[in-house]
Write a protein that binds this ligand. Structure first.
Ligand code: ADP
Length: 641
């Protein structure tokens, strides 16, 4: 599990474009936050100069005429301004904290909304999942992304204002002249002398952040290794947290085998790992050099200002002002450069997020309406449909094997009961996924009432299907809302659907009935349902939707034999006039179906009624049937037949 360093920094141009986009997003979505941040930047950058300016006046007065009234006025002004500045700053901070939290939430939700908005086939691709995981890793592990982006732009502005403020109060340092009486010190007045000072200042101010960015950039350039390290640590370091792993951990002592990841000294963040090496090597050297260079600059400023004061260019009060404002000017300049560098580094990660958010959907969206027909006269046809999952390899030699479905032809009318059987991996679930247009066929077409399903409005098309997939998900919501998939619902109807699905006994036991939360995530009084009970709720949800098509993928796999028998005994009542498509491994439960499709290696190899298929002794169904039937006794077999 090693990662090469394959990150490249964006060019300055691209970084600029990416950050402009980020600011535009902020302006559109959260204009108040933008305005507040700018106000805070100006406020934070300029207000320190009030203190610097007033203290200089006080010292000047103390070292000059020392008039008590003037001093009192100055001290009061200093105290009052400091109090007002702090008060306004605190109010701004509080308001900003709320807005910042909202922005953080917005950025996270943006990714979730994008995932929901994606064509299912894109969302389901491994690449998409990896991209999302990388973005989240970068955010949680390295702190890179939109939140950081905004903070950095913010700091950039604030350092710009700091720099300008410092500059304004420093100009007179260079214009105030050492008096001629100072003789040999008058060289400080020479413009030729000023230039190298300025140049040295700029060079040093430039160098410090450059070196510090160089050090920081190792994190970004090694983001993949950083992410991998975080993932391993996040997983193996916290195995004890997860109660669903608790049993296996104990029985198989997985803690021992997993511990090797925690105790590996050469792993990403350990003492002999790559980051420790970088820290002792170039990263540490650059960081130390940067700190040293900043120290030298501050020293140089002190020497220059002190020399001028000593030579009599200005008084001791002004010296305080110059030292204060130049130091701030230097800090401003240095953080301006440092921020610019960090913005460039962070842009790579922001661009990654924008690229993800801008991933286009590929499925054609038609506008035909399906109309909720009262007669429920719908006819579906698979016309020579073949399908290959997007991630499947496309090399010519293996292409045939990569098809999950091959030349499927089938037509079914409303009201039919259709069973789909076949070995694992034969394409049954894929067949249902194509029917629900989670994917489009690679070849051929699926028609609804004679029109390609791509031509229908997708939401409307989906509304004619109720599906219970094997890996269905129930929400952390009250039972009733789960069944109805809505907050406002018909309670009697929900109860009757739950009853049809065999959940009525359990419902009676629930103290808060339909208002009982499923799972304990959000409510301590919530209930944890068993797999079979969950399946019943999922079935009730499909019934409540009351769509013309009901599709059940192994609907009774988790049910006990009694519950299963109960459901089958009233299957016709449950399904009513709907078209039922029903995937099952238990062939005995398919015999009530009008037609059975037998899938094998992506093809429909047989179709017909149970009796005709069992009779075909060369067929797949016959083999599957007798493989299972050996577990029933003869009488049961005859009953089933
Ligand atoms: P069944 O429901 O009959 O067990 P599936 O329809 O789930 O079979 O799978 C058919 C084939 O498609 C299998 O070979 C499976 O590995 C492959 N397959 C299923 N889902 C995916 C997917 N999301 N990406 C790539 N291949 C898949």
């Amino acid at each position: 599990m090693e990662h090469k360093n394959d990150k490249k920094l964006l060019s300055w141009r691209e970084a600029w474009k990416t950050n402009t986009k980020l600011l535009q997003l902020l302006r559109r979505q959260r204009p108040r936050l933008l305005a507040l941040r700018i106000t805070k930047d100006i406020w934070g950058a300029l207000t320190p100069y009030v203190g610097i300016y007033l203290s200089a006046l006080i010292i000047e007065e103390l070292s000059g005429s020392r008039d008590p009234d003037t001093l009192l006025r100055l001290v009061l002004a200093t105290l009052l301004s400091a109090a007002l500045i702090s008060l306004a700053g605190a109010i701004l901070d509080r308001t900003l904290a709320v807005e910042n939290a909202d922005w953080y939430y917005y950025c996270r939700k943006l990714l979730g909304d994008k995932m929901l908005d994606m064509d299912f086939c894109i969302m389901d691709e491994t690449r998409t999942q990896q991209e999302l995981s990388t973005i989240l890793q970068n955010q949680n592990g390295g702190g890179w992304g939109m939140g950081r982006g905004l903070d950095l732009i913010d700091s950039l502005f604030s350092s710009l204002f700091t720099l300008l403020g410092g500059l304004a109060l420093t100009v007179t340092l260079f214009t105030s002249r050492v008096p001629e009486s100072a003789e040999n010190m008058t060289f400080l007045n020479s413009p030729l002398f000023l230039l190298p000072i300025l140049a040295a200042m700029l060079a040093v101010t430039w160098l410090a952040p450059m070196l510090s960015n160089k050090s920081e950039s190792y994190y970004a350039l090694n983001a993949d290794a950083h992410n991998l390290g975080n993932r391993l640590f996040g997983h193996f370091g916290f195995l004890g947290y997860f109660n669903d792993r608790g049993v296996d951990m104990r029985i198989y002592r997985q803690d021992i085998v997993c511990e090797k990841y925690n105790s590996d000294k050469t792993s990403t963040f350990s003492s002999k790992g790559p980051f420790a090496k970088l820290g002792r090597g170039p990263m540490g050297m650059y960081a130390a050099a940067s700190a040293a260079v900043s120290g030298i600059l501050t020293g140089a400023i002190y020497v220059f200002v002190c020399l001028k004061a000593w030579a009599g260019a200005f008084g001791i009060g002004m010296m305080t002002q110059y030292i204060g404002s130049i130091t701030r000017f230097a800090t401003g300049l240095s953080s301006l450069i440092s921020n610019a560098g960090m913005i460039r580094i962070n842009s790579t990660f922001v661009k990654q997020i924008f690229d993800f958010l801008e991933k286009p959907n590929v499925m054609y969206q038609g506008s035909l309406t399906t109309e909720k027909r009262n007669d429920r006269q719908y006819e579906v046809e698979f016309r020579d449909v073949s399908f290959r999952y997007p991630g499947a390899a496309q090399s010519a030699e293996h292409s045939e094997q990569q098809y999950a479905l091959r030349h499927v032809n089938i037509k079914f009318k409303v009201g039919q009961r259709l069973a789909v059987v076949g070995p694992n991996g034969s394409g049954k679930t894929t067949f249902i996924k194509l029917l629900c247009r989670l994917y489009d066929p690679t070849e051929g077409a699926i028609l609804l009432n004679g029109f390609d399903i791509r031509k229908y409005n997708y939401r409307e098309y989906l509304s004619i299907f109720s599906v219970v997939f094997q890996d269905f998900a129930l929400a952390d919501l009250p039972l009733g809302e789960n069944v109805a998939a809505s907050s406002a619902y018909d309670r009697a109807l929900v109860s009757s659907c739950l009853e049809k699905a065999g959940f009525s006994e359990r419902l009676k036991e629930l103290p808060r009935g339909l208002d009982t939360y499923l799972h304990r995530t959000l409510d301590e009084d919530g209930i944890t349902l068993s797999g079979g009970e969950q399946q019943k709720v999922a079935l009730a949800r499909a019934l409540y939707k009351d769509s013309p098509f009901i599709v059940l993928d192994e609907p009774t796999a988790a049910l006990d034999p009694i519950a299963e028998a109960e459901i089958y005994s009233k299957f016709n009542d449950i399904i009513e006039d709907k078209t039922a498509i029903y995937i099952s491994h238990r062939l005995s439960s398919c015999k009530f179906c009008d037609e059975i499709l037998v899938f094998d290696k992506g093809n429909i190899v047989q179709k017909g009624s149970h009796a005709s298929l069992v009779a075909d002794s060369d067929g797949k169904y016959h083999a599957l049937w007798y493989a299972q039937a050996q577990y029933y006794d003869r009488q049961e077999q005859e009953e089933i037949l």
